[in-house]
Ligand binder design. Structure first.
Ligand SMILES: [Zn+2]
Ligand SMILES: [Zn+2]
Length: 203
């Protein structure tokens, strides 16, 4: 839980937040990575602005950079889909009941569906209103976009993200270790869950 001091410091940071930031750009398949100055993300009223404190580099990032996958990536793209950070600002359409607080720690959520058909995915956005979303298959939502693939990701200093795509973290959680849970941890957890389920089906 955030302390009063944490929240005041975060608000001070918001007042002095830069108008520009730095990030890593994937310009095209296998093109040299470019570290450059970028505009700050434009936070929508239903989004939360997060200062990225730690981000992992995943094998998926490598394939997206190389253009190895059939689904075309956004270009130019800011890669990265696993990370943790601190809440800098909360849009006025984010429900108070969501529990997010300025100064609180959050993780960029990897969606691990209960469906055996869908893969674990790093969803950036989904509508939460269509038939597939309501059946817990957000990855099939026509509005879905993937962080660091078809939407800009965590290889930048600030990210704006819907509350439903963020996971609140307790202040006593080790942040570098939490970063590792975002993608590899969720992926392994899903495999173990499927193994347990298939074991049960076989008995
Ligand atoms: Zn990953
Ligand atoms: Zn949907």
């Amino acid at each position: 839980m955030s302390t009063g001091t944490d929240r005041i410091e975060a608000r001070n940071e918001l007042r002095t937040a830069p108008t520009e930031q730095f990030g890593i750009i994937f310009n095209g398949p296998n093109a040299p990575l470019e570290y450059k100055k970028l505009p700050m993300p434009q936070m929508q009223p239903d989004e939360i602005l997060v200062k990225v404190l730690f981000t992992g580099v995943c094998h998926s990032d490598y394939h997206i950079w190389k253009g190895d996958w059939k689904e075309p990536a956004k270009r130019p793209l800011i890669g990265g889909h696993e990370g943790v950070g601190v809440v800098i600002a909360i849009g006025n359409k984010v429900s108070f009941l969501s529990g997010f607080q300025v100064g609180g720690h959050v993780a960029f959520k990897v969606y691990s569906p209960s469906s055996f058909v869908s893969e674990a995915q790093y969803l950036h956005n989904y509508c939460l209103g269509c038939e597939t979303c309501l059946s817990d298959d957000m990855s099939s939502c026509p509005d879905s976009r993937l962080t660091g693939y078809t939407a800009d990701g965590t290889f930048q200093q600030y990210v704006a993200r819907k509350a439903s795509s963020l996971q609140m973290l307790s202040k006593d959680i080790n942040l570098p270790e939490a970063t590792c849970i975002c993608c590899p941890g969720a992926t392994v957890y899903r495999v173990r869950k499927l193994e347990v389920c298939s074991d049960n089906i076989g008995t």
